[in-house]
Design a protein around this ligand. Structure first.
Ligand code: ATP
Length: 313
């Protein structure tokens, strides 16, 4: 059975004038995991989330949320999606519980029955009858997640959810996310610029830089353990023809040129390298080198971030 995907994008592109914020993003987020969307500041994380949610319009490409094409069926898809894009806002003079009751009242009976459970799930049961104006940032973030839970979402989308939290707040948040995934079977898609956070919280991730997904897979795949290398350097006689031959293959992740060769990433079985060779040869491209890249996730991420820091502002 094919893996169920909760987010799928193909060639998703978003331009702001001449600036390309998303550059042909192909992303596949499987159901039932915590998925990290990891990249440095300005990589395009918020833009991807805003585009998925319909807060901004894509310039090109296609997307599916919970298997439904968006924007065509966005309203239906969003019924089972909860999202926090900016710091969540509440009525400060009302209690946490009252804030959630207002949200639930606008929905159905089932939603009204979820208020207490949601408060317990995010660890706010003890403080539920305190006014929100006395809540810490971490408590407001967790109340934001509780608000999402009122809709009993399959998918939660959280943009940099631990920004500004202290170490204790981060730990509580992480435990809460693991609970949502492991105990309740929900999928959590969270963006972050912190490798450590994604490593500790997530089962799978994509690394994004300058609007492009460089690599995606399970944490084991990304770390280069588990199934091993998932990136190869391919030396060919015709780079353009090779790119054309591989561009539409769904198994191929990022395709980049580096030092006169192609760097090809793919998730899953390393034996796909042999298939890659076959595809190229069948397309009439001569392959004279095929070499796995073994790199730790940390090396990879540091390389990306240090290169960005070296660029003058
Ligand atoms: P951060 O962690 O800093 O929020 P990010 O990965 O979320 O970074 P985005 O906010 O998605 O990155 O920005 C990606 C690129 O798109 C940046 O170069 C940014 O300047 C640009 N951008 C985002 N929104 C707009 C906008 N409304 N108008 C013009 N450019 C924009």
């Amino acid at each position: 059975m094919p893996e169920e995907l909760v987010v799928e994008t193909e060639g998703l592109t978003k331009r702001f004038g001449a600036r390309v914020a998303l550059d042909g993003v192909d992303l596949s987020v499987p159901a039932g995991v915590a998925f990290g969307f990891l990249g440095p500041n300005g990589a395009g994380k918020t833009t991807l989330i805003r585009t998925l949610l319909g807060l901004t319009r894509a310039s090109a490409g296609s997307m599916k949320l919970l298997g439904l094409p968006v924007p065509e069926q966005r309203a239906r898809a969003l019924q089972r999606v909860g999202a926090i894009v900016e710091e969540p806002r509440f009525h400060p003079h009302l209690t946490g519980r009252q804030n959630l009751q207002i949200i639930a009242a606008a929905r159905d009976e089932a939603a009204r029955g979820r208020v207490d459970g949601a408060l317990r799930r995010v660890g706010l049961a003890d403080r539920a009858d305190d006014k929100v104006k006395g809540y810490s940032l971490g408590m407001r973030q967790r109340l934001g997640v509780a608000r999402c839970l009122i809709a009993d979402p399959h998918l939660l989308i959280l943009d940099e959810p631990t920004n500004g939290l202290d170490p204790a707040g981060i730990q509580e948040f992480r435990a809460m996310i693991r609970g949502l995934v492991v105990e309740e079977g929900r999928t959590v898609f969270l963006s972050s610029h912190l490798l450590d956070e994604v490593e500790k919280t997530c089962d799978a991730a994509a690394i994004v830089d300058q609007g492009r997904v460089l690599v995606q897979g399970t944490m084991d795949q990304l770390k280069g353990t588990g199934t091993g290398a998932n990136e190869v350097i391919v030396g060919v006689d015709d780079l353009d023809a090779a790119q054309r031959a591989l561009a539409d293959d769904p198994r191929v992740g990022a395709l980049n040129e580096a030092d006169g060769a192609l760097r090809v990433t793919f998730a899953g079985d390393p034996a796909f390298a042999a298939e890659l060779n076959r595809i190229l040869v069948q397309a009439g491209v001569a392959v004279y080198r095929l070499e796995p890249v073994r790199q730790s996730l940390e090396q990879r991420f540091l390389e990306i971030t240090s290169r960005l820091e070296a660029v003058p502002a």
